[in-house]
Design a protein around this ligand. Structure first.
Ligand SMILES: Nc1ncnc2c1ncn2[C@@H]1O[C@H](COP(=O)(O)OP(=O)(O)OP(=O)(O)O)[C@@H](O)[C@H]1O
Ligand SMILES: [Mg+2]
Length: 373
């Protein structure tokens, strides 16, 4: 029997979509910014560079509209990223896992072009067609090569329409396929030899790529391609406070979309998860006194967000709706112990030397002991 991929019941409201695109989720903020933004906008930009930065970093508009911060981090990083997009160089967001590269790329595309969906996902198997164009084979066989038979890639569409294209995980793409981007970025044109035609990029076109620091060496970026990019490194959150704020904000957003109870303000559990992750990542306790061993996993902000969201679901469905140490302990253990042989030892040692001794952490220590036993 053929398998139908058509949804049996289409989502009737955008609210039913599990994860709306940035331009939909924050449509009201973008619209308010567009109305009040009187600074010059580059060709085909929905907003001025200043308004794009405000959208990302948050702020208040003259009429009192509050723009929520999407990215928590150095203002300069965002300013450099936004102004790069207004030049003829493309933007490469680089950083360790979980530093919001994908997140920033999506929000930048949403704010600049009003569309974050012109996306190429980079993998070891990404073919050239994903960056250039492919063919609709039925049409190709029936009528030969024609514009109708051509299936444009997201990059080609962005060039033709003056929009922002996104390439995720650029360094996972094989080098020869990566090089397809060189002509696109330097000549701003995409030849279609089969038709004797080309697509020339119009004003407003640019490209945002993301790449993971840890993948370096998988497929090194060629120096020819690197020159076409302005690289912006997204740092890890500089302080525990900043990281707690990021986690609280994102968990609240994700939780709302999953109908989970709201995160109570000032809840200890988020601070504990963030502290544990930071100390293990840094190899040093927050007071700077005790060295600890680092486990093999990355323990990024993104993972802290998952652990707390998971804890919230546990407390909502199997607890009393209040986030308690027992709800996050399993998640913390799962994130820290990736390699059962080595990481378990690291975790036990941290638990016994740091967590056990810490004032006010006894309930958390007991919950971790119970789960690690
Ligand atoms: N500085 C930050 N400001 C706001 N949100 C952040 C920040 N750092 C991490 N996050 C959150 O972390 C989550 C994961 O981020 P994202 O997936 O963009 O990371 P990434 O850098 O693309 O990771 P990877 O290298 O694994 O692809 C997002 O939900 C994002 O909101
Ligand atoms: Mg990513």
């Amino acid at each position: 029997m053929p398998v139908s991929v058509e949804p049996t019941t289409a989502p009737s409201t955008p609210a039913e979509v599990l994860r709306p695109h940035a331009e939909d989720a924050f449509g009201a903020e973008l619209a308010a910014l567009a109305v009040q933004d009187d600074r010059p906008r580059p060709a085909r930009w929905r907003l001025s560079p200043w308004a794009v930065a405000t959208y990302l970093l948050g702020g208040a508009l003259p009429d009192g509209t509050v723009i929520t911060p999407k990215y928590v981090g150095p203002r300069r990083v965002v300013e450099v990223a936004v102004s790069t997009l207004a030049t003829d160089r493309a933007l490469l967001l680089l950083g360790v896992p979980g530093t919001a590269k994908t997140w920033v790329s999506e929000h930048l595309a949403a704010a600049v072009s009003g569309d974050s969906t012109l996306l190429v996902q980079g993998t070891a198997g990404t073919p050239e067609e994903a960056i250039r164009y492919g063919w609709n084979y039925a049409q190709l066989l029936a009528r030969g090569p024609s514009r109708e038979a051509l299936v444009p890639s997201p990059v080609m569409r962005a060039m033709a329409e003056g929009m922002t294209a996104r390439v995720e995980e650029l360094t996972r793409i094989p080098a020869d396929v990566q090089d397809t981007l060189i002509t696109v970025l330097s000549e701003k044109t995409l030849p279609i030899p089969e038709l004797g035609q080309e697509v020339q990029a119009v004003g407003g076109f640019n490209l945002i790529a993301t790449a993971n620091d840890r993948d370096r060496g998988v497929n090194e970026l060629s120096s020819a391609l690197r020159r076409r990019f302005n690289t912006v490194v997204l740092p890890l959150p500089e302080s525990a406070e900043a990281e707690v704020e990021i986690v609280t904000r994102r968990v609240d957003q994700i939780g709302r979309s999953l109908d989970l109870p709201p995160v109570p303000v000032g809840v200890d559990e988020i601070r504990r998860v963030v502290t544990v992750f930071r100390e293990l990542r840094d190899g040093l306790t927050s007071d700077g006194r005790t060295k600890v061993k680092s486990p093999s996993g990355t323990l990024s902000t993104a993972e802290a967000i998952s652990v707390v969201t998971g804890g919230l679901a546990l407390s909502a469905h199997f607890g009393d709706g209040v986030l308690r140490p027992g709800d996050v302990a399993a998640g913390v253990l799962g994130a820290v112990v990736r390699d059962p042989a080595t990481d378990r030892v690291v975790w036990q040692e941290y638990l016994e030397t740091v967590v056990r001794e810490r004032e006010g952490w006894q309930d958390f220590y007991r919950a971790c002991r119970e789960i690690s036993a």
